[in-house]
Design a protein around this ligand. Sequence first.
Ligand SMILES: [Zn+2]
Length: 228
Amino acid sequence: MTGSGMVNEEPRRAFLRRMAAAVPAVMLGAWSSRVLADDEPVPGADATGEPAAPVRDIDGVEFVLRSEWTASWRPRPERMRLADRFERMTVHHWGVDASGMDQGRDAVARRIDGILGAHVSRNYGDIGYHFILDLAGRVWEGRSLVFEGAHVSSENSRNIGIMLLGNFQDEKPSDSQLRSLGLLSGFLASRHKVPEGNLFGHCDLASSECPGRLLYPRVREIREKGWA
Ligand SMILES: [Zn+2]
């Protein structure tokens, strides 16, 4: 792995094929103009304390479903808007230095659960981001892609929210995290037919330092490289 967080085209395509086969479609958004029926369970809402599902590890990128990391808060659909489609993606950072923290799966799960709790206390229907990427490069499902996110004030419409744990004003994103960001954003762009160039940093859409001066240039690199 180079420090750029980029991957060659052929391994990337092979990865995307394996990802599509191994990761539950609902996590990545497989519906088309679908609307939940009144009695249909909300995807990601099945936090029943059942035994943890097997780890989904694809080329070193581990995927964790929402139901595997939290039983604290169920999504509240009445406080969210259904997403009809997605046409842009926005990258955020946590804004808290995570480099000295325990990067084990359980510790990260508790950290993300804390973020969810904070968002619930603000009356969000669920955690605001659709995906969270930790320093080990794991991809954690956040808010179901059935719903619009809550991550850029007044710019949430059709906008997939991806948050990287860390404070990238001060620390560098890890190579694993950048690799996962490149792969995930490429996959989502292709699955949702996101137009070229529509990968943003929070600071592109609002007055903000997010996702930080050490991450934002990498977001631009991915955007300029494109996903065709
Ligand atoms: Zn942000």
